[in-house]
Ligand binder design. Structure first.
Ligand SMILES: *Cc1c(COP(=O)(O)O)cnc(C)c1O
Length: 428
């Protein structure tokens, strides 16, 4: 049977086609408030679905192990040049399959097993790859962790404790100091980290997985040129395909490239790299600056709406695309897990999250993390954020009442119908 004979996905595999259609429907009819998610453009998706998925391209442009890589080289060179221009970087590696592989490649490239790495505590906003005992990072390197300052009544607490970063750096003399978080609502200024790294002779890595799009859009300070190495994901605020990338000075280029391939990965996903190139070009457009600014404005509006519903916000609010809600003052018995489940049934998708010094386990938690990147892409604005805040309040005040949940589910469906991320439904 030739490829043409196989017809569309629906004709050749209705079972998978049906699942994809259902997922498209879910994304279009429920609210996507997971802070690490976004809706990619049809152009990004077209590149992801391209014939480059067929190509093996181990190595780097001009230095591949297999033949036939003229166009793989062209697309990877284009992606590298675009991302260097976007962030003002000397060197780029666009091959990491994900943010986790980008981080691991950096550690592999510039540290030895057993070296000390200073990073953010996982239960205060750090990522699994910042030394969790269940991650290969935590098993291979000796992580020491800093956290945030205590909560304060006026919301000025729960900021990265830079005094603690410096004290730990002086005491532990880490090989690498890592800045960057997965659940933190304030701007991270790379400069004080640079100063501490210089004082103790450490390398400084900035993990910009979350704010990459806000940095590209000019909303947050650019760590490139301040940090020695910057890693990020391409699928969060940057709105590209699922993947990772690494930027660094020439000094580390060889070590980083060797760590990604052959150190950690095999053949690169050139179809995803093509989609990264598309996303980097999209992020260079003036409309992306506007997008990044609306993401932040919307998060502030959602934070205000949630505060007026009676929720305590970790760190007193937000300066980025995230909001972290402490549920304990709203309802001492309501766990993050129960809140996430109730909101899910009401068509509001978000994730439970630990709050600083959470008395509950990471599986249960006392908090929720919400984000605005996806629904801002779908064109929602501050009016819709106020509506969403009150819908969340309604659900969580009455989270075991199925009538309330289905009434909100219907309102969500109506709201989403005017803010359809894929009005032409050309993707599945
Ligand atoms: C999301 C995230 C990662 C990992 O990205 P994956 O693509 O899920 O592997 C790494 N670091 C931080 C801070 C993140 O938020």
């Amino acid at each position: 049977m030739s490829i043409e004979d196989q017809g569309s996905l629906f004709d050749s595999d209705p079972e998978v086609a049906k699942i994809l259609a259902d997922e498209l429907n879910r994304q279009r009819t429920t609210l996507q408030l997971i802070a690490s998610e976004n809706f990619t453009s049809p152009a990004v998706m077209a590149a992801t679905a391209s014939v480059l998925t067929n190509k093996y391209a181990e190595g780097y442009p001009g230095r591949r192990y297999y033949g036939g890589n003229v166009f793989a080289d062209a697309v990877e060179d284009l992606a590298r040049e675009r991302v260097k221009q976007l962030f003002g970087a000397e060197h780029a590696n666009v091959q990491p399959h994900a943010g986790a592989s980008a981080n691991l490649a950096v550690f592999l490239g510039v540290a030895q097993a057993g070296d000390t790495i200073l990073a953010m505590r996982l239960d205060q906003g750090g990522h699994l790859t910042h030394g969790s005992p269940v991650s290969i990072t935590g098993k291979t390197y000796r992580f020491v962790s800093y956290g945030v300052t205590p909560a304060k009544e006026d919301g000025s607490g729960e900021r990265i404790d830079l005094d603690l970063v410096r004290d730990l750096a002086l005491r532990e003399r880490p090989r690498i100091i890592v800045a960057g978080t997965t659940a933190y609502t304030r701007i991270i200024d790379p400069v004080p980290f640079r100063e501490i790294a210089d004082e103790v002779g450490a390398l400084f890595m900035f993990d910009a997985a979350h704010p990459a799009g806000l940095i590209a859009g000019g909303e947050h300070p650019n760590p490139v040129g301040v940090a020695d190495i910057v890693t990020f994901t391409t699928h969060k605020t940057l709105r590209g395909p699922r993947g990772g990338a690494i930027l660094c000075n020439q000094e580390f280029a060889k070590a980083i490239d060797a760590a990604v391939f052959p150190g950690l990965q095999g053949g690169p996903l050139e179809h995803v790299i093509a989609a990264k190139a598309v996303a980097f070009a999209e992020a260079m457009r003036p409309s992306f600056k506007d997008y990044a600014s609306r993401v932040v404005t919307n998060a502030a509006a959602l934070a205000d709406a949630l505060a007026s519903e009676g929720f305590r916000l970790v760190a007193g609010g937000t300066e980025n695309h995230q909001i972290i809600v402490d549920l304990r003052t709203f309802d001492a018995d309501l766990t993050g897990k129960a809140a996430q489940d109730a909101l899910d049934r009401a068509g509001i998708t978000c994730n439970r999250n630990q709050i600083p010094d959470d008395p509950r386990s990471p599986f249960v938690t006392s908090g929720l993390r919400l984000g605005t990147p996806a629904e801002t892409t779908a064109n929602m604005g501050v009016v819709e954020m106020a509506t969403i805040g009150s819908l969340i309040g309604r659900v969580l005040r009455d989270h075991e009442n199925e009538r309330v949940l289905s009434a909100v589910r219907e309102e969500v469906r109506v709201l989403c119908s005017t803010f359809d991320p894929y009005p032409d439904a050309i993707v599945s």
